[in-house]
Design a protein around this ligand. Structure first.
Ligand SMILES: *Cc1c(COP(=O)(O)O)cnc(C)c1O
Length: 275
């Protein structure tokens, strides 16, 4: 490269030394990458911790002086990532599938409070209630299901189990829940059962339909009056990643947030660990 003269010489000198610098740096980065992978994704752990803090501060901004519970929805999220959030101080977690919940709970500490928030079939109730740190079922939508849960709870548990009634506030049958006009009868059957406790109302609501939250709050007011209990004794579980701030402003006492904490969900549940 003599034709490039002094400049060419200068650059070729720089290039040579750059090359070894590049080689050394990439070797170093590969090492860092390998260590990172072996140590169980600290990068992801940091992201989950930070996202959790961000969600918590959004919740307290929207809630003002009220206490709003955060349920971290961990469906399809592997146990080690849940552990990271738990180590960062999160206690309440929500799961949608019985077998997935039991598999992951077996690997995680009993200090986690599990809330069941998925569709529950009667034939899975017994299995679900074997989990000692299951604290609530939020998706009760029939008197038969409530009765089945109460019967199993009478044998399996010493403390009454919290049940919430899932209400279909957006007239979307695909998401489940009782129609608002049927919620009162269901509430009455639940309060007449032993070994369970009526904890409140839950709704999913159609995306963008914020009036669903107002309808749930209104239903709680009527229900409290009907049952002659204080309104605040009934929880309002409403609001997810996309709308939890709006839900809190409309009276939510409990929000269920998944992807804003854990990132986009994998499309399938984690594989069962061989035991
Ligand atoms: C998955 C799920 C959530 C959380 O949804 P995100 O949009 O990820 O926050 C909340 N509630 C129920 C019932 C769910 O199934």
């Amino acid at each position: 490269m003599k034709s490039q003269g002094i400049d060419g010489g200068f650059y070729s000198f720089r290039w040579t030394s750059n090359r070894s610098w590049v080689r050394q740096t990439s070797r170093f980065l590969l090492l860092v990458l390998a260590v990172t992978c072996l140590r169980g994704h600290p990068q992801q752990a940091l992201a989950v911790e930070e996202a959790l803090q961000a969600v918590k501060s959004s919740i307290s901004d929207a809630a003002g002086p009220r206490d709003v519970r955060l349920i971290a929805v961990s469906k399809f999220i592997p146990a080690d990532v849940i552990r990271t959030a738990h180590d960062a101080g999160q206690v309440d977690f929500g799961e949608n599938y019985v077998q997935e919940l039991l598999d992951k709970a077996a690997e995680l500490p009993n200090s986690i409070r599990w809330h069941f928030i998925g569709r529950l079939q009667s034939n899975k109730v017994k299995k679900l209630l074997e989990l000692p740190n299951l604290v609530s079922i939020e998706t009760v939508d029939s008197a038969n299901l409530a009765k089945r849960i109460a019967n199993v709870a009478a044998d399996a548990r010493t403390e009454p189990l919290d049940l919430s009634i899932q209400v279909d506030t957006s007239n979307e049958e695909t998401k489940g829940g009782v129609q608002p006009q049927d919620a009162m009868d269901l509430a009455e059957s639940i309060v007449n059962l032993g070994s369970v406790r009526l904890a409140g109302l839950m709704t999913i609501g159609a995306a963008g339909d914020l009036s669903a939250f107002d309808r749930l709050k209104d239903l709680r007011r009527k229900m409290a009056k009907h049952l002659q209990v204080p309104e605040e004794s009934l929880q309002l579980s409403m609001g997810m990643s996309g709308d939890f701030k709006e839900a809190i402003k409309r009276g939510a006492t409990s929000v269920r947030v998944g992807s804003s904490i854990f990132g986009a969900r994998p499309l399938t549940r984690p594989p069962r660990k061989a035991s």
